[in-house]
Design a protein around this ligand. Structure first.
Ligand code: CP
Ligand code: NVA
Length: 314
């Protein structure tokens, strides 16, 4: 039995039980089916306002949350961090106190994850993580939805491989989500690119008790052999520009190209949260090839973000 999640923050998937994550995924499926059947507006959040607060750029997160909120009958306000008094030094605490007296939910994208924690601490309304340096849970929940849509709901039957930076924010959330649901993720990364210890701790506390596992394999070919799902993300995330050259050098043996995909199962899918740096972490022939489900993955953001809003916004 899942009790109401109304009013809960969505900072990390580790704050949710397996049953709650399954309920969000089921809700997303129902909302997508109704949308595809022509029911474009399901006005359960009529009169509610969602603030979309961005310290970094966004295409998918901004547009999927904004359209999701409108299709649930509410409205959304795009707020650029620099345009608010935040940009002139008003504190996050005071901003959270004020903003949460105007709106019913705050989705925020920040550089340092700690800023989200602070926002949540001082907000009266749910704060939803729209990406931080540490985590990207709304993306990962959507990715799990897409994996289940394409490959079936029993994650334990699937070989899911993430190739690239083992400290990537999307990978961290995938690890937690897949793990809490009892599945396993294989991480193909070089030495020095292991998951952040904070995430490993969350994993040990929340995923491991459900049978969740992760394994690091250094050799990308070994890791991808027999894979059902091959996932990658950019090598240089937003905010990491100063270490760009080193990361590109270290991660270049981990490019997902046609040769690497030839070791996966013939019906394997290729996933990427986007935006992609074509020619770096993935080649055109893969992202535009038969394996790629990246556009469905992007489309699903709206349906899954809708489920998060419908279940969390009071
Ligand atoms: N995948 C993702 O979050 O994309 P945006 O940066 O465009 O929001
Ligand atoms: N890891 C990337 C994801 C972008 C959606 C970044 O943080 O820039």
């Amino acid at each position: 039995m899942v009790t109401s999640m109304k009013g809960k923050h969505f900072l990390t998937l580790a704050d949710f039980t397996r049953e709650e994550l399954e309920f969000m995924l089921d809700t997303a499926k129902m909302l997508k089916e109704r949308y595809l059947a022509g029911e474009r507006i399901i006005p359960i959040l009529r009169g509610r306002h969602l603030a979309l607060l961005f310290e970094k750029p966004s295409t998918r997160t901004r547009i999927s949350f904004e359209t999701a909120m409108l299709e649930l009958g509410g409205d959304a306000l795009y707020l650029n961090w620099r345009d608010l008094q935040l940009g002139r030094g008003e504190t996050i605490e005071d901003t959270a106190r004020v903003l949460s007296r105007y709106v019913d939910g705050i989705m925020a994208r920040v550089y340092e994850h700690e800023k989200l924690v602070k926002l949540a601490q001082y907000s009266r309304v749910p704060v939803i993580n729209g990406l931080s340096d540490l985590l990207h849970p709304a993306q990962a929940l959507t990715d799990i939805y897409t994996i289940m849509e394409k490959k079936g709901t029993d994650l334990r039957k699937l070989k899911i491989v993430f190739v690239g930076d083992g400290r990537d924010n999307v990978l961290h959330s995938l690890m937690l989500g897949i793990g809490i649901l009892g599945g396993k993720i294989i991480i193909a990364s070089p030495e020095g690119y292991e998951p952040d210890p904070k995430v490993v701790k969350m994993f040990e506390e929340t995923a491991a008790p459900n049978g969740g596992e992760y394994e690091i394999i250094r050799d990308p070919v070994e890791a991808v052999k027999g894979a059902d799902v091959v996932y990658t993300d950019v090598w240089v995330s937003m905010g990491q520009e100063s270490i760009k050259e080193k990361k590109i050098r270290d991660l270049s043996p981990y490019q997902v190209n046609k040769e690497l995909m030839s070791y996966a199962k013939p019906d394997a899918i290729f996933m990427h949260c986007l935006p992609a740096h074509r020619g770096q972490e993935v080649t055109d022939e893969v992202i535009d090839g038969k394996w790629s489900v990246v556009w469905d993955q992007a489309e699903n953001r709206k349906h899954v973000q809708k489920a998060i809003l419908a279940l969390l916004i009071p």
